[in-house]
Ligand binder design. Structure first.
Ligand code: ATP
Length: 289
């Protein structure tokens, strides 16, 4: 088996050398392993080049959701050979891994990565970028923007950074939502486009979410309920129905008069007034337990 291992050296603030050592331990003498460390600058071009020059059977990605999204976009290039990917959860939140029920210890997720069972998942095309997990307009994106600028990583960093943003937040924002069937407005602290069921923290925010069902859910969070927000830091917490309105869709346009923070798969994008989203069914093959 020919393997490309893509490593984000900065994700989740953890060293990945032990993962490479463990992986080598599982490989057979005939297997080959090529390592690529991301630089955050021109990774898509470099990886596309590697994929076109080699004949990899699978790509193992040690990073967070941002790294997986980058690879999914790289694989959209028609000249890049379709290659299944295996997630080695090594980000700060690992939302996709949590949604795909990947096991959490290196020994167990490496076994899945070298196994044979795959699932082909959907993505959401959002303003011409791919979102694989959960993207949102409003409060959570603001939290991520603050977190990106902070030096404390992990869930604690996220929680500590949440406090000033929660206090200073300007929401609820007036959003206009246009679907194929209707146009309506909502005051909301946050609107999420969810391709999956759980936040990276493990909290179930979208109980009907399924990552390969050809639809995504629009989650409209109506009010700033600190208790409900803090629940999202807990694994297996479920949101109350008064707090969130859920609409299954294949495409949507959302607009708001003043720019509001937007994030895709845990990466802050920018403050935007317009977002267009459309499901892209069955776009990425990933290894699952
Ligand atoms: N060598 C590098 N130096 C700085 N930034 C990098 C480097 N390699 C990748 N990046 C950046 O890392 C981000 C992707 O991070 P990733 O999502 O993998 O981890 P994370 O943010 O820790 O995890 P999570 O998304 O689960 O919270 C991208 O913005 C990418 O540009």
């Amino acid at each position: 088996m020919e393997i490309l291992m893509v490593i984000n050296p900065v994700s989740g603030n953890q060293d990945k050398a032990f993962l490479v050592r463990k992986l080598r331990h599982f490989l057979e003498p005939k297997d080959t392993l090529e390592l690529y460390k991301t630089n955050g600058q021109n990774d898509k071009e470099q990886i596309a080049n590697l994929l076109q020059k080699n004949n990899f059977d699978r790509i193992l990605v040690a990073g967070g959701d941002g790294s997986i999204k980058m690879l999914a976009e790289c694989l959209q290039n028609p000249e890049t050979p379709a290659t299944p990917i295996a997630i080695l959860p090594a980000g700060s939140a690992n939302g996709l891994a949590s949604d795909l029920n990947l096991p959490q210890t290196p020994e167990t997720f490496l076994k899945v990565a070298l196994g044979n069972k795959t699932r082909t998942i959907d993505a959401i095309n959002i303003n011409n970028e791919l979102g694989l997990h959960i993207s949102d307009f409003g409060l959570n994106a603001e939290l991520i923007k603050e977190f990106t600028n902070s030096s404390i990583r992990g869930k604690l960093g996220y929680a500590l950074n949440s406090i000033p943003t929660l206090i200073q937040n300007e929401g609820p924002y007036p959003f206009t939502i246009k679907t194929k069937e209707k146009k309506f407005t909502r005051q909301a602290i946050m609107i999420a486009l969810a391709n999956s069921k759980k936040f990276g923290t493990g909290a179930i925010v979208n109980p009907d979410g399924k990552i390969d069902d050809g639809i995504f859910e629009l989650l409209i969070f109506k009010k700033l309920d600190v208790l409900e927000i803090l629940k999202t830091l807990n694994e297996e917490a479920e949101m109350s129905k008064d707090f969130v309105e859920i609409i299954p869709l294949k495409e949507v346009k959302i607009s708001t008069p003043k720019p509001v923070s937007f994030q895709i798969d845990g990466e802050y994008c920018e403050d935007l007034t317009n977002v267009s989203a459309k499901i892209v069914p069955k776009i990425l093959e990933v290894y699952v337990p």
